[in-house]
Design a protein around this ligand. Structure first.
Ligand code: MRU
Length: 368
């Protein structure tokens, strides 16, 4: 996407090929800073501290992490060590497993001398594939928006609610949940996005709002608890969220709070869609609530808040009564029965095993 007139992906090889570069998402929304990853450890650190985040981008960064490791030491042992170190960084997004599995299986068959080159080529390929997938999701999702737009009065926008950041910044480009929004907006369809702030890390307020604002998409940031009220008053036409892992049966794991939006949507007859790139499907799982590992993050993300003070300084303050315990489960699972449709690169699917397997038979076969 364009940032101040310059085209960016969220991850790329530096011009001289000596490092991988990323947009450091811990600096948003106050600064746009590029960080350099020179080693596998840098890549693991970037995923762990969320300089990069979002399921597809985590997968792409891990693939580059393997490539950086192979450049330092292309042995079999180093390949296995790099994959297991990167796998430990974040537990929920299955794209991490998908990318590392792909890297390990293909690189182990290549002679060590050629491994680094092959690993960088694979990482580039994963990035290109992510963009192609998101563009296809955008086209299929736009058809849904177009149908709703037809029911609107002249100039009245389609109101879309989204949670967390399943945008350009969570992928290599376009985003998943945001791709239909950007494509609709670019095609002249009036859209307006309700952006859940998404506590505790504020990916909505910090990242999604920044992205939409830079692209000129009308949007309004709301507190996480406002969605149900807006739905009751007819202010939400559809929900589109992303996902970190979706089971073979269509249970959707996404940022904490997504499940409550799905419940409110169901109660109010608001369609609830999930933008789902196929690498985010975990064909080995059938019961999302019981089987998907939910990341528990540090309590300080809940008890503290960082922002820009009136004098311009970036400050971190305590916001919870001293001595209280805090809990921080980072994701939740929305059961398939609450999902209206899965917007995949191969079309909009019902959230059930038959529809998912029918659209991705080769993945089912590979996972058997
Ligand atoms: O903890 P994060 O910021 O990595 O969580 C991101 C999300 O929950 C996104 O909605 C999900 O990864 C989909 S990104 C296209």
């Amino acid at each position: 996407m364009n940032v101040d007139g310059k085209k960016y992906r969220t991850i790329w090889l530096s011009e001289d090929g000596s490092a991988v570069e990323i947009i450091d998402q811990t600096k948003f929304p106050y600064a746009f800073e590029i960080a350099r990853l020179e080693t596998m450890e840098d890549a693991a650190h970037a995923i762990r501290v969320m300089q990069v985040r979002g399921a597809p981008l985590i997968g792409a960064t891990a693939a580059y992490g393997v490539a950086l490791a192979m450049r330092a030491d292309p042995s079999d042992a180093a390949l296995h060590e790099a994959c297991s170190a990167l796998l430990q960084t974040r537990p929920t997004a299955v794209n991490l497993h998908w990318a590392l599995d792909k890297a390990r299986k293909s690189l182990i068959q290549i002679a060590p001398d050629s491994r680094a080159q092959a690993a960088f080529a694979l990482a580039n390929e994963i990035c290109d594939e992510d963009i192609a997938i998101n563009m296809a999701i955008g086209m299929h999702g736009m058809e849904l928006i177009v149908e709703i737009a037809k029911t609107k009065r002249e100039g009245e926008p389609v109101n879309i609610l989204t949670h967390c950041n399943a945008g350009w910044l969570a992928t290599v480009d376009w985003g998943t949940a945001t791709a239909p929004v950007y494509m609709s907006h670019d095609s002249g369809i009036a859209v307006h996005v309700w952006v859940d702030e998404t506590r505790p890390r504020n990916q909505g307020a910090f990242l999604t709002a920044w992205e939409l604002g830079h692209h000129g998409v009308p949007h309004t940031v709301i507190v996480d608890n406002a969605g149900g009220h807006l739905m009751q008053h007819g202010e939400v036409d559809m929900v589109i969220v992303g996902t970190d892992r979706t089971t073979a049966t269509g249970d959707v794991c996404n940022k904490i709070g997504t499940y409550l939006k799905a419940l409110a949507a169901k109660d109010n007859g608001v369609p609830f869609y999930v933008a789902l790139p196929s690498p985010t499907i975990d064909f080995s799982l059938s019961d999302g609530v019981r089987e998907i590992p939910i990341e528990e993050r540090g309590g300080e993300e809940v008890s503290r808040m960082t922002g820009r003070s009136q004098n311009g300084a970036i400050e971190t303050i305590d916001i919870v009564a001293e001595g209280s315990d805090v809990g921080n489960p980072a994701f939740d699972v929305t059961p398939a029965r609450l999902v209206t449709g899965l917007i995949t690169e191969r079309g909009v699917l019902a959230a059930n095993r038959q529809a998912i397997a029918g659209a991705f038979p080769e993945r089912v076969k590979a996972s058997a």
